[in-house]
Ligand binder design. Structure first.
Ligand code: UD1
Length: 333
């Protein structure tokens, strides 16, 4: 069975490719390498012992997407391609709406033309917006997002839901909480091209001496120690969730939404503390003003995925901190 993975050489995509190949699926990757590099395909092969087929293409380009479908005949699609820098999306909203919506529409149209009706979509917990209740459950009404990146995820969820209601598409929408960590080999990981926006890659760059100190955005939130609480999930657990979602989609029709998180939140200060302890290293930090758009607290109710997909996380927060640091020291994060 051949799975087309858009954005397959990116941070999350490369880990999904490894888990798919390890589970016996053939993998075709489509990527434009705008935020990754062709060498990642070689690392995927080195880890799994099997090679994905790789297409370098712009997923908004109808003719190239069509030609790829004709050649590789996928049985299912896992769609990750898209821009993901939250801050940039505020300054360049049209770039985000044009690219993220266009590649999804192009892909869905190609799937319909070629009779491919199974889709797994990479969404984000950001679609919940600011809720009164925690943890987040999949049946909560989504709320307005503070940035265009999040809005593109909400709109794409809508497009997929409407298309699935139409009968031909069977889809699973996965809402990621905060993916961190890296594969045990250290060969694939998160390698932000510019100064990282997210907490774990920032801590890691401080740890390896690339950045001088971390800014903790706010210590006056209504949380146990005043800093923001998030549900960090190891990227390998997240990748395994995609394999389970794919298996699920093979026997169902319609659309189903699942949170992929651990169900537990850690504060910024707790994360720094654990990172320092497991890696035996000091992370210098200062308290800075809150970052606009940040929520005090976010964590998943992860029980639906456990009940319906038979999936739950296995790796701990200590594993996440250890593997992020190890990959960074090898130069992949
Ligand atoms: C961010 C995005 C979210 C996206 C997610 C992807 C924003 C506002 N939100 O979520 O849309 O889906 O990444 O993983 O960018 N922090 C610091 N110092 C830093 C960086 C972060 O203290 O240098 C704090 C934040 O205030 C927050 C926590 O660390 O409390 C986690 O931040 P981050 O890793 O950026 O993730 P999110 O804000 O959850």
């Amino acid at each position: 069975m051949n799975v087309l993975l858009t954005g397959g050489t990116g941070y999350i995509g490369s880990h999904i490719a490894v888990e798919l190949l390890n589970s016996g699926y053939d993998v075709t990757i489509a990527d434009d390498f705008s935020n990754s590099s062709p060498e990642v395909a070689g690392y995927i092969t080195k880890i799994s012992g099997k090679s994905p087929i790789v297409y370098e293409l712009d997923a908004t380009d109808n003719a190239s997407v069509d030609a790829m479908f004709r050649e590789c005949l996928p049985n299912a699609v896992i769609h990750l391609a898209g821009f993901k820098a939250v801050g940039e999306s505020v300054f360049a909203p049209l770039k985000y709406y044009r690219n993220n919506l266009d590649c999804t529409l192009t892909l869905l149209e190609a799937m319909e033309r070629h009779g491919v009706w199974r889709l797994i979509f990479s969404s984000s917990a950001t679609v919940y917006g600011n809720q009164e209740r925690l943890p987040y459950t999949e049946d909560m009404q989504t709320r307005e997002c503070s940035n265009p990146y999040g809005s593109t995820k909400q709109i794409i969820e809508r497009i997929i839901t409407d298309t699935s209601a139409n009968g031909w598409l069977s889809s699973v929408i996965l809402r990621y909480f905060n993916p961190v960590g890296a594969h045990k080999s250290g060969l694939i990981g998160e390698s932000p091209r510019n100064e990282p926006n997210n907490l774990m890659p920032y801590i890691t760059q401080v740890a390896i001496g690339k950045l001088p100190k971390l800014k903790v955005y706010g210590n006056d939130y209504p949380t146990s120690d005043g800093t923001g609480i998030r549900d960090y999930i190891h990227v390998v657990d997240l990748a395994k969730g995609h394999v389970k979602a794919l298996e699920y989609s093979l026997t169902r029709s319609g659309v189903e939404i699942f949170n992929l998180g651990t169900g537990h939140g850690y504060s910024v200060l707790e994360l720094i503390d654990i990172y320092e302890r497991v890696n035996n290293i000091k992370i210098p930090f200062v308290i800075a003003p809150r970052r606009p758009g940040d929520l005090p607290e976010s964590y998943a109710d992860a029980t639906k995925a456990e009940k319906m997909l038979g999936w739950k996380t296995e790796l701990t927060i200590e594993d996440m901190c250890r593997d992020s640091y190890a990959a960074a020291r090898l130069g992949t994060s």
